[in-house]
Design a protein around this ligand. Structure first.
Ligand SMILES: Nc1nc(=O)c2c([nH]1)NC[C@@H]1CN(c3ccc(C(=O)N[C@@H](CCC(=O)O)C(=O)O)cc3)C=[N+]21
Length: 285
């Protein structure tokens, strides 16, 4: 058996096409959504991601505002850029590219952002709203994962979902999203302290691998027919290595390619947060 591909690239293209229409409608009212990016330092990976985000913006008609700072930027200098974007009318949403250089206080910087302009959905106020099940910008990767599963009709209601990795950007937030009444999945959140990971994943209808450990999930750990989503973006010998081993394709019912799976969805949902923020700021929706 060979798994059906959960094509994130194609699904993201559909989402972007519908966002382009919403952007056009906003422009008719004289509003242009704008995405800001704050990038500190010259990590090649981060440079590539940020460049990709600005290309995505151009594709759907979103303006983009790039704020690049040197590796040795001070806390005060980054704060100044954040204050500036909070005040800027052109910037309807922005992100601070993570990770930041170690000398900076990441938490303090994220909390300084205007939650209404939080395009990542990772501001503590917005994560708090997610805990409370109140409408807010959603974390992009978890949101993308839910939409991708829905696009391919993978059932979530009553499903056993095992999420591997408890990071804020993916694992922990995804647990919150999937246990909303609208999704109604049963979620097990596994992490480095989990005793017998394979015992959990073998029971799962859906496995989301977001641990950042190359090829952590192998075929023997997957129930035949399960959906497997690969969030990992480790670099091994210059190539992207996911958290899912290639032999999983022989047992899984559904599988995300990597690249071409979760990554493009993350980027599309980032744009969605920017458009939604602009609509909210314009009193639409
Ligand atoms: N504030 C913040 N927000 C983020 O969302 C964020 C971040 N910081 N820091 C880094 C991670 C990583 N990340 C990716 C998004 C898309 C792809 C993606 O689209 N990848 C392509 C392949 C691109 C390639 O070839 O390198 C794919 O999967 O098909 C990858 C990685 C967002 N992140």
């Amino acid at each position: 058996m060979s798994a059906q591909i959960l094509d994130g690239k194609a699904t993201a293209a559909k989402i972007k096409a519908s966002l382009a229409e919403r952007v056009a409608a906003l422009k008719e009212r004289g509003i242009t959504p704008g995405l800001g990016t704050v990038l500190v330092g010259d990590d090649p990976g981060s440079q590539i991601y940020v460049a990709g985000k600005h290309r995505d913006c151009a594709e759907v008609g979103i303006a983009s505002i790039r704020r690049d700072l040197p590796d040795n930027a001070t806390q005060a200098e980054v704060e100044e850029v954040i204050d500036d974007l909070n005040a800027s009318a052109e910037c309807t949403g922005y992100i601070v590219q993570l990770p930041l250089p170690r000398h900076l206080d990441t938490q303090a910087l994220l909390e300084r952002m205007d939650p209404a302009k939080d395009a990542d959905g990772l501001h503590p106020v917005n994560l708090g709203r997610l805990v409370h099940m109140v409408d807010a910008p959603l974390p992009c990767t978890p949101h993308g994962i839910v939409l991708l599963l829905q696009e391919y009709g993978v059932p979530l209601k009553g499903a056993e979902v095992v999420v591997v990795g408890r990071g804020i950007t993916v694992g922990r937030s995804l647990g919150l999203l999937l246990t909303r009444r609208s999704e109604n999945a049963t979620v097990t959140l596994c992490h480095t302290g989990t005793q017998d990971l394979a015992a959990h994943t073998r029971r799962a209808d859906v496995v989301v691998a977001a641990a950042g450990v190359p090829h952590l999930i192998t075929a023997d750990m997957v129930k035949p027919g399960a959906a497997v989503l690969d969030v990992g973006v480790s670099r091994v010998e210059g190539k992207i290595a996911g958290d899912v081993a290639p032999d999983v394709a022989d047992v899984a019912g559904f599988l995300t390619p990597n690249p071409g799976g979760v990554g493009p969805m993350t980027r599309a949902l980032l744009l969605a947060n920017v458009v939604e923020a602009a609509e909210r700021q314009a009193g639409i929706g």
